[in-house]
Design a protein around this ligand. Structure first.
Ligand SMILES: Cc1ncc(COP(=O)(O)O)c(C=O)c1O
Length: 404
């Protein structure tokens, strides 16, 4: 009989140091409950509930029929990299050539490539918090040290330039954030980003990773790209992709635009790990990036309507503190008023307990803010139908009403 194996002692320190994705874990629990016949409303996953626009699907079908099915260059096919360069000029005031662009299997891979390319063990990465769950784990994977700098609810969770500068040390290599932000829905204004840019300008060894994957889902004005500030352009890595703006999560396409030596390093890493992303997806992405944005705009309009619906509903629930999201498709209320309360069976000590209570009792799947660096909050995705959102808010209201 062989000895019982202890996986933790065999697995690498690298993987043992990583946390499981909280959003995926919650989705899994919700599925388990649904399999038992419970009608769960899932507001836990960050995924558009719209189909991919028709002209994009048509381009993919054509790519298959044209037998466009072989390996592509690691950084992406020439017409896609040109289309991205053109899009960055059109939408973001960013002037990059195709050689500055690396296409990957999702923005997730783009972010990881950059971290693996830039970080040495112990290098500090300032992450504006609340932050997307994967950021800190990606930094850990690349053997860097995540340094969380937290924005206050009163400032819509946005970190100020002063707060950012106070966290800089001689080991700081990079600052990373998403705007529009997952999980808060906050959007930095041009003025705020220019101030952050001034800090970066003063600290010449610091790089910026600007994750703009939600750029088209902005409810007022337009997304501003920090990489368009000429004095720091070469130190800003702009990350984007097709998942959110074109409802293409399953297609897996992200990209970076950066100084050529950074793009080359990402190409080198990706070339040994995954190679170029799916050839068919790349043709679909050309259609997405060069085609009309009507569907994208319609989706953004629906997210705005749902934001209004959810915020109005949450405002009727006693005790919640709410910042009104300016973009993306999340609401992120502070629920700490309910900590310490109980329905007689379930005692709520923190946001993890509350998210579990809302799932088990209210049958609404949300995600605890703890995983996003905000232990008083929970995240609700508003990428669901109006009916489901209305029903979910009613269920949450009832479940919270039973906590005394
Ligand atoms: C802020 C942020 N960046 C990146 C991603 C990953 O995008 P992709 O599907 O392109 O890997 C997500 C997905 O949820 C996200 O919320």
């Amino acid at each position: 009989m062989s000895a019982v194996l202890d996986p933790v002692s065999v697995l690498s320190d690298r993987v043992n140091a990583m946390a499981e994705s909280a959003t995926l874990a919650m989705t899994k629990k919700a599925r388990e409950l649904a399999a038992q016949g419970v009608k769960v409303i899932s507001l836990s996953i960050g995924e558009p509930d719209f189909p991919t626009p028709q002209h994009i699907k048509d381009a993919a079908k054509k790519a298959i029929d044209d037998n466009f099915t072989q390996y592509t260059p690691v950084s992406g096919i020439a017409d896609l990299r040109s289309a991205i360069a053109e899009k960055l000029r059109r939408d973001n005031n960013l002037d990059w050539k195709p050689e500055n662009i690396v296409v990957s299997t999702g923005a997730k891979q783009s972010l990881t490539n950059v971290l693996l390319a830039l970080l040495n063990p112990g290098d500090e990465v300032i992450i504006f918090s609340p932050y997307w769950v994967s950021y800190s784990e990606m930094v850990v994977l690349a053997e860097g040290k995540p340094v969380l700098v937290t924005g206050s609810l009163e400032n819509d969770f946005k970190v100020t330039a002063e707060e950012f500068e106070a966290a800089i040390t001689p080991r700081t290599k990079l600052v990373m954030f998403s705007s529009p932000c997952n999980p808060t829905g906050s959007v930095f204004t041009e003025e705020e980003l220019r101030k952050i840019g001034q800090v970066v300008e003063r600290h010449e060894n610091i790089f910026v990773m600007a994750d703009e994957i939600y750029e088209y889902i902005v409810f007022e004005g337009k997304n501003f790209s920090i990489g368009s500030i000429p004095s720091i352009k070469d130190r800003v890595i702009t990350v984007n992709g097709c998942s959110k703006g074109y409802a293409m999560t399953g297609w897996r396409l992200g990209y970076i635009a950066a100084a050529k030596w950074i793009a080359d390093a990402c190409d080198k890493i990706q070339g040994q790990v995954t190679s170029g992303t799916c050839s068919i997806t790349q043709k679909a992405a050309v259609a997405a990036l060069t085609g009309p944005l009507d569907d994208t705009r319609k989706m953004a309009e629906a997210y705005r309507r749902r934001r209004d619906l959810v915020i109005a509903g949450l405002r009727e629930i006693p005790g919640l503190k709410i910042s009104v999201p300016q973009g993306a498709f999340y609401a992120f209320p502070d629920m700490s008023y309910y900590f310490g309360k109980s329905d007689g069976t379930n005692k709520i000590n923190n946001a993890d307990d509350l998210a579990m209570y809302l799932l088990n009792v209210g049958h609404v799947a949300t995600v605890s803010g703890a995983a996003f660096g905000a232990p008083n909050c929970i995240r609700l995705s508003t990428a669901a139908s109006d009916e489901n959102l209305t029903e979910a808010i009613n269920r949450i209201k009832t479940a919270l009403g039973n906590l005394k």
